[in-house]
Design a protein around this ligand. Structure first.
Ligand code: 5GP
Ligand code: ZN
Length: 113
């Protein structure tokens, strides 16, 4: 979709430091890391948010989730990690293209802010 930062990253119109990519998803380092490892895992299909996921996206969503542990392993997150999705206004979503934050290499706190 035009004017979508993550579509532009997926289409290589904006550069990013990718850690994983295939025909359906891309994972790249967040430009404002909140942990020593902070990667965004993004479906290439333009889906606005978790709230906009449709039944037809079930396979893609499951595929992405199953890739999380592989990407985490590749990044050396053997001691654990946190996967975050910010959804909508109250969730503080700032980029309107579905993405999951994979954070690791530090001890997380709970509850989140
Ligand atoms: P959200 O707040 O929507 O959950 O997360 C959006 C994330 O995208 C933020 O952590 C922000 O730092 C990151 N981000 C926004 N624009 C870019 C960009 O152009 N490149 C990269 N690598 N990260 C971005
Ligand atoms: Zn998009």
């Amino acid at each position: 979709m035009a004017d979508c930062i993550f579509c532009m990253i997926a289409n290589k119109e904006i550069s990013s430091k990718a850690v994983y990519e295939d025909d359906r998803i891309i994972a790249f380092y967040d430009m404002e890391p909140q942990a020593p490892v902070h990667v965004l895992i993004v479906p290439k299909k333009h889906i606005l948010s978790l709230d906009d996921l449709q039944a037809e996206d079930a396979e893609l969503a499951g595929y992405l989730m199953l890739k999380v542990k592989d990407i985490a392993k590749e990044l050396g997150l053997e001691n654990g990690y946190r996967l975050v999705n910010n959804c909508g206004e109250d969730g503080m979503q700032t980029v309107q293209h579905l993405h999951f934050h994979l954070l690791g290499k530090r001890k997380m706190t709970w509850p989140p802010g």
